[in-house]
Write a protein that binds this ligand. Structure first.
Ligand SMILES: [Zn+2]
Length: 167
């Protein structure tokens, strides 16, 4: 039975600059339609990075920057899906399971609404959970600020986790 003492939340926030030229990698999908990409040492998937940090935080593990330093050659261009899968392995090793994954992507364009379903299924597959407990919302910056003017993308993720076994 779920006991409130075993419930944890984890928060992850990430942002990346946007530059011209594809492909756009977001939520584990390669969106070749759009002539833009996120700038970063890894593949810069801002949404997967936020989820990874949320999962790690919930389990009291070191954050994504400590686990996958951006000065290591092995992390250059690294597939963020692989980093999230590794974070999930560490999370489960500590006896946790995911109950809910809530994400917000702030991006002026493209609108992510037409990709949200595929993104949910992809994320659920990477972390090996039911897609029904993964929710993604898209927001724009209303044309103002770094997000609104298309210079920056930001993702926020909160996970609800339960400790199901002591390790
Ligand atoms: Zn990142």
């Amino acid at each position: 039975m779920t006991s409130i003492q075993n419930i944890r939340i984890g928060l992850g926030i990430d942002s990346h600059r946007i530059e011209a030229g594809g492909p756009l990698i977001l939520g584990g999908l390669h969106l070749d339609l759009y002539p833009m990409h996120f700038v970063g040492h890894s593949d810069a998937d801002v949404l997967l990075h936020a989820i990874t940090d949320a999962v790690l935080t919930a389990a009291g593990l070191p954050d994504i920057g400590e686990l996958f330093p951006n000065n290591l050659v092995e992390n250059k261009g690294r597939d963020s899906a692989e980093m999230l899968a590794l974070a999930m392995t560490a999370f489960r090793k500590k006896g946790f399971q995911l109950l809910q994954v809530e994400c917000v992507v702030e991006l002026e364009r493209p609108k992510i609404s037409s990709h949200k379903e595929e993104m949910r299924r992809r994320i659920a597959a990477i972390v090996d959970i039911d897609p029904d407990i993964v929710h993604i919302k898209g927001k724009t910056g209303e044309g103002i600020g770094e997000i609104g003017t298309g210079q920056l993308a930001r993702a926020t993720c909160i996970v609800l986790a339960e400790r199901v076994s002591k390790t």
